[in-house]
Design a protein around this ligand. Structure first.
Ligand code: ADP
Ligand code: MG
Ligand code: ZN
Length: 623
């Protein structure tokens, strides 16, 4: 939980209310008696007795059941003018009245009904106070949980506007595996540190840099590292925080942010998730979003409003550069764009080196093994992986992280928590056939990735899992590779069909079928891998919620749509038939593998391939 100004404010509210009323109650007896003009001065009881001795006291008004008094006194110490001074009287001073009488001091006592009224007041307030406290609590919770209703009521002002870190403490060495982006930014650091180098030759310092890349690749980290290296403050806000319920709040936040930044220049202003505000204007379902557009306009105005040489560099991050408003990308705004990608093998190794530094890793385990096993992992995934493995190590009371813990952590990150294996039953057998179906099809197709292991230990949503070792290069995939994947994904259902019959197939394949359909659809509409010819018929993302016009995403006629569907069906039917054939032809070894799997729960990839070779009478056949 983080403590924000808003929380503080909410919590202090009841306290303020209480102290306000207590204050009121305390002074009520005095102030309501036309003595509002009394001086703020007070004196001690001892002092008062001294004054009394000197004969300076002229009048005493006693309040509050004899606890307080206002004294009118005159004397050289008081500038020879009559002054009203407050005195707190000790609770037991009965002789005081006599003394006062003796000295012929004008004496007056005031009724104490106010004290009773005061306690009544507190009594009446108790209920509302409890209510307010309760409300504040609810308020705070709803803010933390969803940002929903609380946001609507906080009116922007009471909310933390943005974060500022005077020193991020992060240096370039903490960022690994994204060397190109780093190089680009080393120059930015020089801009901040030695602007005169550039201004001397008339170069304009860039105002904005846009970081583009998937989540967890280190965009925020990199921005912080720039601030850390240049030793300047780091202001940050997330685009989604700009977009509020009330029109105008976002814009005022942008203004505040830049005002503060200008006061603290040179500095870095970091806007995370800029796509939340920076989406193309005038698009999206239901027309534009006034609030977002105002915020974006304000941002553009602010970026135009300062000279590049003031030393503010705005860094924005997004994973969707394609949906950004083109006005943001114009020169003088985010004219520099740096792509940060999911790291490759070397990048992963570097990142593991950074995060492995403070971890006790077993000597038998080289980081390159981990890097080899984690294609597709982002920097954040890798950091998380090492941490999970360390936690597991501690839980198992071991001293060093071994491959065991790494394996478990990888599986956990990809597929979720491990469950308890189901007991031997018909459904266990069916799951075993399903998984072996995936694995055998994957193994016998030469274009398919290699089986890493098959297991009946449930994890996350899955009741059984077949793991394949992903190939390093995922950027270019051939037609036969996609087809192999489709067949591999169909292998589970195909095995169910052949072994248990059409009537017994289960819902367990629904996820597989989703993937199959999506792959087949992309073959037709995006990759030109069908009889439709090399046409691109759909965008990567025809998601209408992203702010594009829905009508433009599918630029084909209804006739073409029918053809597309036909092609998809053809591909899937063809693959399905081939898959059924593979299962039928290898039934003997499949039965054997299922028996072993049910007994051992997990079969490792190498073992799996050995068994196939052992039991197939024909040499291993590639399809
Ligand atoms: P993004 O902003 O791109 O979503 P972050 O910068 O927030 O990603 O990364 C989250 C965490 O993941 C970082 O704090 C860091 O621990 C780790 N991390 C991500 N990328 C890298 C990297 N390239 N080098 C080192 N650590 C990284
Ligand atoms: Mg981030
Ligand atoms: Zn499956």
């Amino acid at each position: 939980m983080k403590l924000s100004w808003k929380n503080l404010l909410l919590w202090s509210l009841p306290i303020i209310v209480i102290s306000f009323f207590v204050w009121q109650g305390f002074f009520a007896p005095i102030t309501n008696e036309n003595n509002a003009n009394i001086a703020n001065s007070r004196m001690t009881y001892g002092r008062f007795l001294e004054y009394l001795d000197m004969g300076w006291v002229k009048k005493v008004d006693i309040y509050d059941n004899g606890h307080n008094a206002i004294v009118e006194a005159i004397g050289p110490e008081l500038g020879n003018r009559i002054q009203k001074i407050r005195v707190e009287l000790p609770s037991s001073a009965p002789e005081l009245i006599t003394t006062l009488k003796k000295k012929h001091v004008d004496l007056d006592a005031h009724p104490t009904k106010n004290t009773i009224a005061f306690w009544n007041l507190i009594g009446n307030l108790l209920f509302p106070l409890i209510l307010i406290t309760g409300l504040a609590f609810l308020f705070r919770r709803s803010n933390n949980a969803t940002g929903g209703p609380g946001q609507a009521m906080s009116f922007g002002k009471s909310k933390a506007l943005f974060q500022m870190e005077a020193k991020t403490g992060i240096i370039f060495n903490d960022v690994a595996g994204i060397d190109e982006a780093k190089e680009e930014f080393e120059e930015v650091v020089t801009f901040l540190k030695k602007p005169e180098y550039f201004t001397a030759v008339g170069a304009k310092i860039p105002k904005g840099v846009l970081l583009i890349g998937p989540p967890g690749t280190g965009k925020t980290l990199l921005a912080k590292a720039i601030a850390g290296e240049a030793n300047v403050p780091f202001f940050s806000i997330s685009g989604s925080e700009f977009v509020e319920m009330f029109v105008g709040v976002g814009a005022s936040r942008v203004r505040d942010l830049f005002k503060k930044a200008k006061e603290n220049a040179p500095c870095i202003v970091f806007i995370d998730e800029i796509d939340a505000v920076g989406r193309q204007r005038g698009t999206g379902i239901g027309g534009g979003n006034d609030e977002r557009e105002q915020t974006l306009n304000q941002l553009l105005t602010e970026m135009d409003g300062f000279e590049g040489n003031t030393g503010i560099i705005v860094i924005a991050a997004t994973n969707r550069a394609d949906i950004l408003d083109s006005a943001l990308l114009r020169p003088g705004r985010f004219d520099r764009q740096v792509t940060v990608d999911i790291p490759d093998f070397k990048g992963r190794l570097d990142i593991l080196n950074v995060h492995g530094k403070n971890k006790k890793i077993d000597q038998s385990l080289s980081l390159s093994i981990i890097a080899r096993r984690t294609p597709g992992f982002s920097g954040a995934d890798l950091a998380n992986l090492l941490n999970e493995a360390a936690i597991l190590t501690a839980r198992r009371h071991k001293n060093t992280i071994t491959l065991n813990e790494i394996d478990e952590a990888i599986d956990r990150i990809i597929a979720g928590m491990e469950g308890t294996p189901i007991i031997d039953s018909k459904s266990k057998r069916l799951i075993a056939y399903h998984e072996i179906g995936h694995a055998i099809v994957g193994t016998l197709l030469k274009d398919h990735e290699i089986v890493q292991k098959v297991t009946l230990i449930p994890r996350g949503q899955a009741k059984g899992l077949t793991w394949f070792t992903p190939s390093e290069d995922q950027s270019l995939i051939s037609r036969s590779q996609i087809k192999a994947r489709i067949m591999g994904a169909l292998g589970g259902r195909a095995a169910e069909e052949i072994v248990f019959g059409e009537a017994e197939v289960t819902t367990g394949a629904s996820n597989d079928l989703q993937q199959v359909t999506s792959m087949a659809r992309q073959m037709v509409t995006r990759f030109g891998m069908s009889e439709m010819g090399p046409l691109s018929l759909e965008n990567e993302d025809s998601n209408p919620f992203l702010g594009r016009n829905i009508n433009n995403s599918n630029e084909y006629s209804d006739e073409v749509a029918i053809k597309i569907d036909k092609q998809i069906q053809n591909i899937v039917r063809d693959c399905h038939n081939k898959t059924l054939k593979i299962i039928k032809n290898n039934r003997v070894v499949i039965d054997k593998l299922v028996d072993i799997l049910i007994e051992k729960e997990t079969i490792d990839g190498n073992e799996f391939r050995n068994i196939i070779q052992e039991y197939s009478h024909i040499p291993q056949k590639k399809y």
